[in-house]
Ligand binder design. Structure first.
Ligand code: NAD
Length: 317
């Protein structure tokens, strides 16, 4: 019988690519998504779709009774600025939603492994010099980062006290086809749409702020590897946390120039005032995931950006 996976947020950007990757590896896949930001057309035709909120009893029942080998929890409120404006709403989805699923895993006759989508960009804070390693101090600067870290703590607790099997993947800045141009992480999608519209690319501040851009298909491959890999016992906060990125810092000007080059489009780069509180440098170290999952990113930034631009160009035409 094929292994069974549940992907929450599977109608979204990253979750839908994870579903694709798991189907390609012979998993049978169920997706839970409330379509708040996800799209029905992102759900692969080979997956079963349950439209519900991760906080619901429906979602809990699906986890409890689904006979899953693995749950990959991607559903979230992903906008850092929204989390600042409404931390209660953020915590409701990002903490209580995860807890609802974890309690269902605990109650399930067959307990699936729980893989949690955390963040490498928003939990280490700005006090350390990148690339960040997993053991660095956590100092989240937003309710979004605090919620992600809280769920990591819950996962460590469930591992230690209840023997749950789990892993944490801390994504850097993920980009690629199907990304919606919202939130800071959507800068590649935003720039692609601006290039296609012949509009200038807006850079905040001097554009020297760096991020670690990782292609969504590489992130999906890391999740597929984490679904089945033998892993050390969970129990300590960072024991099964792995950064998923490239280890390379790229600044916004470099990103804009690379996109212009690979797309062959001419848009100007315009500067807007720096955004208060914006992190200056961010990149993650990927030594641990290479060791534990034998995973490394396969796509160069040039190739990944070209593929992404072509996706948005095709969607527009
Ligand atoms: N995009 C990035 O660069 C990045 C970086 C770090 C971490 N992450 C994490 O990766 C995960 C996926 O992010 P994404 O970029 O694909 O975002 P996305 O918005 O495309 O996907 C999130 C999905 O979750 C669904 N969802 C939201 N609230 C829900 C709820 N209450 N119940 C059920 N479904 C709900 C949405 O409809 C959407 O389909 C998130 O957990 C996010 O925090 C993303």
């Amino acid at each position: 019988m094929s292994p069974r996976a549940l992907v929450t947020g599977g109608a979204g950007f990253i979750g839908s690519h994870i579903a694709d990757a798991l189907l390609a590896r012979g998993f049978s896949v169920v997706i839970i998504d409330d379509l708040s930001t996800g799209r029905r057309e992102n759900v692969p035709s080979g997956a079963e779709f349950v439209q519900t909120d991760v906080r619901s009893t429906d979602a809990a029942r699906t986890v409890r009774e689904g006979g899953f080998d693995v749950v990959l929890h991607q559903a979230a409120q992903i906008d850092v600025r929204k989390s600042v404006n409404d931390p209660v709403h953020d915590a409701s989805i990002n903490i209580l939603g995860a807890l609802n699923l974890l309690e269902a895993v605990r109650a399930a006759a067959k307990r699936p492994r729980f893989i949690f989508a955390s963040t490498g960009g928003a939990i280490y804070g700005d006090f350390v010099t990148p690339p960040n390693i997993e053991d660095y101090a956590k100092d989240p600067d937003s309710p979004y980062g605090i919620a992600k870290l809280a769920v990591e703590h819950y996962l460590a607790y469930y591992g230690r006290i209840h023997g749950l099997d789990g892993a944490v993947l801390r994504y850097a800045n993920v980009y690629g086809p199907r990304q919606d141009p919202h939130g800071e992480a959507g800068v590649v999608a935003i720039f692609c749409n601006r290039l296609l519209a012949g509009k200038p690319l807006t850079v905040f501040g001097d554009g020297r702020q760096t991020r670690d851009y990782v292609h969504v298909k590489d992130v999906a491959a890391a999740n597929a590897a984490a679904a089945t890999a033998p892993l050390p016992r969970i129990g300590r906060l960072d024991a099964r946390a792995m950064n998923i990125g490239t280890g390379v810092e790229t600044n916004v000007i470099q990103l804009a120039e690379t996109l212009r080059r690979v797309s062959g489009r001419e848009s100007l780069i315009e500067h807007a005032p720096a955004r208060p509180g914006e992190q200056l440098r961010s990149a993650v170290s990927i030594g641990k995931v290479q060791q534990l999952l034998h995973w490394k990113p396969e796509r160069s930034l040039d190739a990944g950006l070209k593929e992404t631009f072509d996706f948005f160009a095709a969607r527009q035409s």
